[in-house]
Design a protein around this ligand. Structure first.
Ligand SMILES: [Zn+2]
Length: 231
């Protein structure tokens, strides 16, 4: 039997997600640092791919992230998922304790349009365990297109936490993490100490010259595989 293209490498079936500075040999070392390739639309409803989607959702829950991208599980394909139940303590702030985001799969996503307004947040990541949190700006509202798990093409506007997490995960599919973007870092302990024991909520920023943006504006509207410059 041939191995499915969507089979998650055995080393990532349990334990941590693929780590950013991982020094193991083999393709998994750099899977986080390559642009991911599109999923053929005909494959989406195929059993192998469906199984992989379900497993990714299980791993997201197990690792207690809000989102997880395919290459964090060792697969260089353009998909990620976002899900948050109110009990999830990740990025817990005074304002988002009750935020519920239903499980949503984003396959071959494109960011079509973005707002001028941005927000900034100290990002953390399942693939950067032990690294400090990094301050990165993201667009406040985004208009995106993607395929869902039924291979239906969806167009939607995202805002709030969904927009922030979408841009974080999309950045993974570009072969980057927030560590490739942020200039200002802080430990979680320091962040909590500075803010009465809570992670600060996303903050509106109108001028972002000092805070780097997760997805450069010139990449908006482009397909991931056609973005060739390296910012
Ligand atoms: Zn991440």
């Amino acid at each position: 039997m041939t191995k499915s293209a969507y089979q998650i490498p055995e080393s990532y079936l349990s334990g941590a997600a693929v780590q950013c500075c991982e020094k193991q040999s083999g393709h998994n070392t750099c899977v986080l640092h390559h642009r991911c390739r599109p999923v053929p639309i005909a494959d989406i409803t195929h059993g192998d791919f469906q199984q992989t989607l379900q497993f990714a959702a299980f791993r997201r829950q197990q690792l207690q992230g809000i989102g997880i991208a395919a290459n964090q599980l060792g697969l260089s394909y353009q998909f990620f998922l976002i899900e948050r139940d109110p009990a999830n303590s990740r990025y817990k702030t005074a304002s988002n304790n009750e935020v519920y985001i239903p499980l949503t799969y984003y396959i071959n996503p494109i960011i079509k349009q973005v707002s001028d307004e941005c927000v900034c947040l100290y990002h953390a990541c399942l693939s950067c365990v032990g690294a400090d949190r990094g301050l990165v700006a993201t667009y406040k509202d985004i208009y995106v297109e993607y395929f869902n798990e039924k291979a239906e093409k969806i167009s939607r506007q995202l805002s709030g936490w969904e927009a922030i997490i979408f841009q974080h995960e999309y950045n993974h599919l570009l072969g980057r993490t927030y560590l490739n973007v942020a200039k200002e870092y802080i430990t979680t302990e320091q962040l909590l100490t500075n803010n009465d024991g809570k992670v600060p909520a996303p903050r509106d920023v109108t001028v972002i010259e000092d805070i780097p943006i997760m997805i450069p504006r010139e990449w908006i509207g482009m397909r991931i595989e056609s973005i060739t410059d390296n910012k």
